[in-house]
Design a protein around this ligand. Structure first.
Ligand SMILES: *[C@@H]1O[C@H](CO)[C@@H](O)[C@H](O)[C@H]1NC(C)=O
Ligand SMILES: *[C@@H]1O[C@H](CO)[C@@H](O)[C@H](O)[C@H]1NC(C)=O
Length: 459
């Protein structure tokens, strides 16, 4: 992947705060596909799986591809996470994607689900009251949606003897593990890729891994250059002339008041997102090295455009419509934390995004004490699903060492039938699709994953 292509992708990804799975697709050099093999389907779900008095429902979208299907073959369910589901994940001609490849080899049926409150799977609830709107958004509800979809599929006589394999990456990798944990009778095997199964409020280890990635895979002077340049930007914030310079350098909107702390924090948030987090999370060692070599050049040349031709870092004016990003913020504020703070002393990227900054994203989504809500949500999540030791078998956990999320994942085998595969030189969800420039071990590791799944579904 070239430098130019990479930059385009980074800009494309800035619109949404997080959408890890679709970002992975974006980063593959995808050939065209007509998607004619994939059908869009809907299933009506109870709005609240845990209260039978609640009679409202929510329509959940999913996709189906039966092109490879032969009787008695397995069912593969690719789980959607914090974003619109992309039918490309199960398109027949995309057999460089692990799920499609496995379905092709086994004549399996392919499904891809969309998580409630994301994409088109939205509740019919007025959006004027955010708290009421999001009341039925949780991983727990989403897992019951998945269970009821699989139950419905299994009622179809043609699938009666089919084994069910679920595949997920990032947050949906959590769901793959938790579905196997909560509904072992419905799911026979699972692939959980780059899943941050441990909820954590102050996820300061994220930037430690970014540092590791640039230190290990970058050029010798890369970390020093990054550190110096961050210090320079930090210094520029201290004087009126400096602030004007900074605005020019990054094409920050002229009306943005750079003396406001939140705006300063938001600026560093985007800067880190663009220049460091995305690279470590989604790219490959050769991208890191290439980027390090051009670092100064990039600093001068890039003028990301987020609004009206300039980069808006006015935190107050940010558009908080209830879209997919808001839904994900809601889940992080109420269930997972995952605040990628700058609290770690070991990371060299200055300290402008402390926990207090992350808590501000929860304003509007949470009634009362924000920090207490996160603490309680995090504790409940870890208690419910078991944190780093979920009670699961017939599941494989995969990680890449460059991926900052791996530190919240299962890194030790949980047993012979719940192993961990760590691939060095790989990033987020690397196992899910073949990429140009991926490390050599990846092919072997992907094959290992396939063999495990085949073994488990033939038992
Ligand atoms: C773990 O799961 C198994 C089977 O799914 C179950 O029998 C067992 O009771 C669970 N153990 C704990 C500690 O929950
Ligand atoms: C992966 O990298 C880590 C840290 O750099 C190292 O300790 C480990 O031995 C490596 N693993 C393999 C299989 O090369």
């Amino acid at each position: 992947m070239h430098y130019l292509c990479m930059i385009t992708l980074l800009i494309a990804s800035a619109a949404a705060f997080t959408n890890n799975l679709n970002q992975f697709l974006l980063n593959l050099d995808l050939p065209q596909t007509d998607l004619s093999s994939v059908d869009e389907k809907w299933i009506e779900q109870p709005l609240d799986h845990f209260d039978s008095k609640e009679k409202r429902t929510i329509k959940m979208r999913y996709f189906e591809n039966l092109q490879f299907w032969k009787p008695n073959a397995p069912i593969f369910v690719f789980l959607g996470g914090e974003g619109e589901q992309d039918p490309k994940w199960i398109s027949s001609d995309y057999d460089f994607l692990l799920t499609v490849e496995m379905a092709k080899e086994t004549h399996g049926a392919l499904f891809a689900t969309e998580h409630r409150y994301y994409g088109k799977s939205l509740p019919d609830i007025p959006q004027d009251n955010t708290i009421e709107y999001f009341m039925f958004l949780s991983s727990h509800q989403a897992l019951e949606d998945l269970a009821s979809l699989i139950k419905m599929l299994k009622l179809n006589s043609k699938y009666k003897s089919s084994k069910v394999v679920v595949v997920g990456g990032s947050y949906s990798g959590n769901l793959a593990a938790w579905l196997r944990e909560l509904h072992p009778q419905l799911v026979d095997a699972a692939i959980s890729s780059s899943a941050p199964v441990l909820a954590k409020k102050d996820f300061k280890e994220y930037l430690d891994t970014v540092r590791y990635t640039f230190g290990k895979y970058g050029t010798d002077d890369c970390l020093d250059n990054i550190e110096k340049s961050y210090k320079t930007d930090e210094d520029l914030l201290k004087t009126p002339e400096g602030r004007e310079k900074l605005k020019k350098k990054y094409n920050i909107c002229p009306e943005n008041d750079m003396t406001v702390l939140e705006n300063q924090q938001f600026f560093f948030y985007w800067l880190e997102y663009f220049y460091l987090k995305s690279l470590s999370q989604y790219f490959l060692p050769h991208n890191i090295k290439g980027w390090c070599r051009q670092y100064r050049h990039i600093q001068r040349e890039i003028k990301p455009i987020w609004r009206d031709g300039c980069h808006n870092v006015d935190f107050k004016s940010y558009d908080w419509t209830l879209d997919d990003s808001a839904a994900w913020f809601y889940q992080t504020c109420t269930e997972f934390g995952y605040g990628q703070t700058t609290s770690s002393e070991k990371q060299p990227f200055v300290h402008w995004n402390p926990l207090e900054f992350w808590l501000k994203f929860c304003k509007g989504f949470v009634k009362g004490d924000i920090e207490r809500t996160i603490d309680e949500g995090v504790a409940k999540t870890n208690k419910r699903y078991g944190g780093l030791t979920p009670n699961v078998t017939k599941i494989v956990f995969t990680h890449g060492d460059m991926d900052p999320w791996h530190t919240l994942g299962v890194l030790q085998d949980l047993g012979p039938d719940a192993p961990v595969i760590m691939t060095n030189g790989s990033s987020h969800c690397g196992v899910l699709g073949v990429r140009r420039g991926e490390p050599e071990e990846m092919e072997k590791d992907r094959k290992h994953v396939k063999e495990l799944i085949m073994k488990w579904i033939s038992q």
